[in-house]
Design a protein around this ligand. Structure first.
Ligand code: NAD
Length: 394
């Protein structure tokens, strides 16, 4: 079939298998161009098919020649409906990894469930024995709790008082004021249940109990802080509460892994266009201004550049890790530079629908958004008939 983007609000409901493959290849090429990384060799990535998790998997495999196990939740193609892009990304990753003789195993299912955890453990025992790096990179709107069966839905809301601020409708190119009511206590608790640390800790404890974590292993989860304009809705809001919980959990996991000379930490990453971030009000407008500022000063990075840098500077054998006062790695350091933040803050009050394309990199934002679904990639013929009904063969 001929596949074109179909955008509905902040998602694209189609994706292009060849475009996704080109996107994965671009990331592989980036890592390879930087040379080998002396890093972990048996890596489990939870949330491995898109955004930061996919970049992590690519970096571990093509930078360190690691065996990788990926867990993700993606829709397969069905009756002329395309798969979600993470499914095609994984097929492309798998093919390239196999060509280089690299081990891969894939679990397409709910990472929050105990079944997936047990299936992953069985696979590790069967094929790898143990893992020495575990990355937690889930971005999910809901979680079915494995003990209670309760469905927790994460919301993006401020806490304590309502928030009014600028946001952009990326579909219609309109900047407007948005008011979001404060979250209820239940909504806060639900968001923490989905995006907080409980499931990360459950993974680590379950893996540890099964004896599949190697001595000296590391675990990392991804976090975001960002600028003050997004704090009411992010850092000081429901998602921020979940991230606070993740940080507290990191300390407990660190203590657990330290028993066998391992460690756990949080990496604070840069704001980037991903399927998760595009759903957050205010953030896409900030990202499009940030992209303009960072592209102009030559410090712009995407997921693969961020994670490649994380591995080379914080996760390679023998490197001294660099933590902030709260014990986190700050790979968002270029985004948070005072001059970058000052430049964004200077643009923020003036930006309007009329000046959107002049004062921000909304054009770049949109291009990047489409690339998440495999559209707009160089060298891909989007008029050609392609087979969407691919399967993930092992
Ligand atoms: P993403 O939307 O690009 O990817 C999310 C991944 O989670 C996908 O692989 C998806 O398949 C998987 N997933 C979702 N629900 C699942 C489930 N129930 N079971 C198994 N897999 C599931 O997300 P992202 O933006 O890369 O975010 C990953 C992490 O990085 C999050 O913790 C996020 O807060 C953090 N982070 C993101 C940004 C950003 O700007 N995008 C910045 C800093 C930190």
């Amino acid at each position: 079939m001929i596949i074109k983007p179909k955008i509905r609000g902040f998602v694209c409901i189609t994706s292009h298998p060849e475009g996704c493959a080109a996107h994965v290849q671009e990331q592989i090429d980036h890592v390879k161009s930087k040379g080998l990384i002396d890093g972990a060799k048996k890596v489990l990535i939870i949330g491995a098919s898109q955004g930061y998790g996919l970049a992590t998997r690519i970096t571990a495999a093509f930078g360190s020649k690691a065996s990788t196990i990926g867990v993700f939740f993606e829709r397969e193609p069905n009756n002329g409906r395309t798969a979600t892009s993470g499914f095609y990304n994984t097929i492309a990753f798998n093919k390239k990894a196999k060509e280089e003789g690299l081990y891969t195993a894939n679990f397409n299912g709910d990472a929050f469930s105990d079944e997936i955890k047990q299936a992953v453990i069985a696979k590790i025992k069967e094929d790898l024995g143990q893992v020495d790096l575990i990355i937690y990179s889930l971005g999910s709107p809901r979680r079915v709790h494995p003990d209670t069966g309760a469905v927790h839905k994460s919301v993006i809301k401020p806490i304590g008082q309502s928030f009014t601020g600028k946001t952009v409708d990326t579909d219609k190119d309109i900047i407007s004021e948005i008011t979001i009511e404060a979250a209820s206590d239940e909504e806060i608790a639900d968001t923490v249940a989905v995006m907080g640390g409980e499931d990360w800790e459950r993974w680590i404890k379950t893996l540890d109990d099964a004896g599949v974590i190697a001595d000296g292993a590391t675990s990392v989860a991804y976090d975001y802080i960002g600028p003050e304009v997004t704090w009411p809705i992010y850092t000081n809001g429901t998602i921020g509460s979940a991230k606070q919980d993740l940080r507290t959990t990191a300390k407990r996991i660190d203590a657990l892994l330290k028993v066998t000379r391992g460690s756990a930490f949080i990496s604070v990453n840069k704001a980037l266009v991903t399927q998760s971030s595009s759903a957050i009000p205010v953030v896409p407008l900030y990202i499009s201004i940030l992209y303009k500022v960072m592209k102009e000063n030559g410090t712009h990075e995407g997921c693969i550049e961020q994670i490649d840098r994380l591995f080379r500077t914080q996760l390679a054998n023998g490197v001294a890790q660099d933590f902030d006062d709260d014990g986190r790695v700050r790979i968002d350091n270029l985004e948070m530079k005072p001059e970058v933040q000052a430049a964004v803050a200077a643009i923020w009050p003036d930006i309007s629908t009329e000046t959107l394309y002049e004062k921000s990199d909304m054009a770049g934002y949109k291009k990047e958004f489409l690339r998440l679904f495999g559209f707009g990639m160089k060298g891909v013929d989007y008029e050609a008939d392609v087979n969407e009904a691919l399967s993930l063969e092992e």
